[in-house]
Design a protein around this ligand. Structure first.
Ligand code: MHO
Length: 237
């Protein structure tokens, strides 16, 4: 329990996390309504940013899946593929919405080595049906053959900490350090997922302003993120 004295001596961010626990730096999921989607669409840094800042996405992890090697690493990937795990609230963003973003943000007709192949790893029969249906629809839109594999989800291995929220960690160090989040906690942090997307222009100013207060950023960092969004899309893999 927080005593009044503790509340008065605590800093603004901790206060914020008392009132908005889901946005706490290392928040964990309590809602039984959360679902997870898993996609592969090339280098995983960009999808981490793209999905992380969508409304209704609680947290993301980049990692390796779709293969058989135990405990793969970036340097020893075996037969795995770079992928993104997305925890989302289906009442705010649907699996269909996520699929739309998936198709729109890579070219599923271009062949790549297994590390970067295009794939949807479904976690239940409903996701399988929705993924197959949307692939069929997209076949009418794309000129070339869609190469996206639709496979059952098996095991997801988190990538190394330095790959999580890569743009925020690597290119926006001052902002990242100001959050006081340890690299190992980035896979659980909603605020890091959001900011990692906003700093590379993956969502609109309007969406940021909606999130802004909840993110609890100082005016200085709010202005910084606005400047980044105004630059437009900046994610490079
Ligand atoms: N071009 C990037 C790809 C990284 S990605 C996580 C690199 O070689 O560093 O596969």
């Amino acid at each position: 329990m927080y005593t009044l004295q503790k509340i008065l001596t605590t800093n603004a961010r901790s206060l914020f996390s008392i009132f908005f626990p889901t946005y706490h730096a290392a928040s964990t999921l309590h809602s039984s309504n959360m679902k997870t989607a898993t996609f592969a669409m090339g280098c995983f840094w960009h999808p981490d940013a793209l999905f992380g800042c969508q409304k209704g996405v609680q947290r993301t992890r980049v990692g390796y899946t779709g293969g058989t090697l135990h405990n793969p690493t970036y340097r020893n990937l075996g037969d795995h593929t770079e992928a993104i795990d997305i925890d989302f609230d289906p009442e705010v963003i649907s699996y269909e919405d996520l699929l739309e973003l998936f198709w729109k943000n890579h070219d599923p007709t271009v062949p790549h080595k297994r590390q970067y192949r295009t794939a949807i790893f479904y976690r239940d029969e409903e996701q399988k049906a929705l993924a197959s249906e949307s692939k069929k629809k997209k076949e009418k839109v794309f000129k070339n053959q869609i190469l996206t594999a639709i496979e059952p989800f098996n095991k997801f291995y988190n990538a190394e900490d330095y790959h999580q929220k890569y743009y925020l960690q690597t290119h926006h160090t001052k902002l990242f350090n100001s959050l006081g989040i340890k690299p190992k906690d980035l896979v659980d942090s909603t605020i890091a997922a959001k900011l990692n997307g906003y700093v590379v222009g993956e969502n609109t100013m309007e969406a940021f302003h909606f999130d802004c207060e909840l993110l609890g950023l100082s005016p200085e960092y709010t202005a910084y993120v606005e400047k980044m969004i105004a630059k437009g899309k900046q994610a490079h893999c």
